[in-house]
Design a protein around this ligand. Sequence first.
Ligand SMILES: Nc1ncnc2c1ncn2[C@@H]1O[C@H](COP(=O)(O)OP(=O)(O)OP(=O)(O)O)[C@@H](O)[C@H]1O
Length: 211
Amino acid sequence: MLELKNITKKFGDKVIFDGFDLTITSGEVVAIAGPSGGGKTTLLRMLAGLETIDAGQVIFDGETVALDALITRNLLGFVFQDFQLFPHMTVLENLVLSPMKTMSISREVAIAKAEELLTNLAVIEQKNAYPFSLSGGQKQRVALARAMMIDPKIIGYDEPTSALDPALRDQVANLILENKKLGMTQIVVTHDMDFAEKIADTIIKVNAKVD
Ligand SMILES: Nc1ncnc2c1ncn2[C@@H]1O[C@H](COP(=O)(O)OP(=O)(O)OP(=O)(O)O)[C@@H](O)[C@H]1O
C-alpha cells in the first residue's frame, strides 16, 4: 500500500498541492484525472522522483520512507507520455541500460529478462530495431517493458493513450489489465474518462476546481 499524506507542492508562489492525501492499495489501478493544469503530471512526476515534494509523508507498506524513496529503491517504474526511448540505442539496449546500472545485474541476465518481457509484450521481433522505426503502439510496449525491467512494485503512466491512434487505446487498456492480473499496482494519469473507466478500480480527480 502506498500512502501520501499532507503533500505540499508549489512552483514559486503557485500552490499545486496543499495538504493532499492519497492512498493506493496494492494491486489496484488508480486513474488520476482532472482538469488541464490541475497537477496530474506533477503528482506522477513527484512519485517518480522527477519533481521534489516540498512537504508531506510518503508511506510504503506501512513504513515512512524518504520522499524520493520510490525511485531510489526502484519501487516505481515510469512510462513517459512521449516514451523517452533513447533514440541512438536499439530496443534491447534501451531495456538493459538502467537495470545494469541501478541493480548491478550482469548484461546476460539483463538481456534474458529483456527478451522475456519483449516476448510477453509481443515486440520481441523489434529487439534490434531503433525507436524511430517503431509504431506508436510498439513504442508504448517497449516503454512499458523498460519500466518493468527494474521489477517495480508500482508502474506510473503519464497519459498513456495520448500519443496513440484511438484504435490502439484498447491495446493499452488490455496491457494495463494484464499487469493488474499479475498483481501490479498501477497509477495512470489520463484526460480520457472513457479509458479511465475501462481500466481503473478508483478514479481520483486532482484539483477539480482549478482551471
Ligand atoms: N516545472 C514547472 N515550473 C513551474 N510551473 C510548473 C512546472 N510544472 C508544472 N507547472 C505548473 O503546475 C500546474 C500543474 O501542471 P501539470 O502538468 O501537473 O498539470 P496536468 O494536470 O498534468 O495538466 P495537463 O492535463 O494539461 O497535462 C500547471 O499550472 C503548470 O503550469
